[in-house]
Design a protein around this ligand. Sequence first.
Ligand SMILES: C[S@@+](CC[C@H](N)C(=O)[O-])C[C@H]1O[C@@H](n2cnc3c(N)ncnc32)[C@H](O)[C@@H]1O
Length: 262
Amino acid sequence: MADVQLSVVERQLGAVYDAMHAARAGTTIVGDLYGQAMGDLYPVEVDASSCSDWALLGSMVANLRMRPGQRLVDVGCGTGGVGLWLARALAVSVSGVDVSATALSLAIGRAGEFGLPVERVEFRVGSLGSTGLPAQFADGLVCVDALGHEKDRRRALEEIRRVLRPGARAVLTSGRSRVSPALPPWSEQAQGTGLILEAEEERPHEPVVWQRVYRSWVEHEAGLREQLGHAQVDSMLTEARTRGPELRNRVAVIVTLRRPEV
Ligand SMILES: C[S@@+](CC[C@H](N)C(=O)[O-])C[C@H]1O[C@@H](n2cnc3c(N)ncnc32)[C@H](O)[C@@H]1O
């Protein structure tokens, strides 16, 4: 498959995430804080850089409707836990795509932890707008907490449609402000890119969990600085302080889109 040439902006985004994934590698503090914030909803093994919990994994399993032996794509896969967990649970193969080469190298090293043979796992540099995957490659696609970083939403949805085989589904996490949404409703975004909106499920507990996560970052600032370094913790605290107050108006959703048969 062809290598993707990332744009300047995508390379810059990749560098930001390279630094984040490199700093968190080999430490457990961020995962431990996610775990404390999620309680028994936290799937330890997945070790995601997101609000991935048992409820989200369950919805993805149910909404993807995949069969053993099929191909799953995880876009914005990070260190791969979500896609690897799903690949094992659904007995499918997984192709992970991310702008961060550091995340991908960590993801490759995790395939064995999930007991997956190498031929069922592939990780590649690419972006939401340009995955580098062939047309109609995927029997299912997931994208967890990555879509919000893509400035060109339309291009990302068009790429998702291109990569899905007709009839296949994409399950995405997304968020919007209840008072001033920046984008049209999902029904319009789907229709405008030739996809069918099959389900949009709100996750009311997610903003509450993020509030707990952000509070814990502030409370554990010293320990975080010791393990992750100042640059990372500065950026985490900036996120906590800027996004934290917006959470009370945030709606977190799981969106299932299907590519029409024709
Ligand atoms: C918040 S992390 C989530 C990672 C993973 N989905 C998880 O749940 O653990 C966001 C990831 O998306 C990637 N990402 C952000 N924007 C992207 C884009 N436009 N194309 C591809 N990957 C992107 C980042 O490099 C990062 O690894």
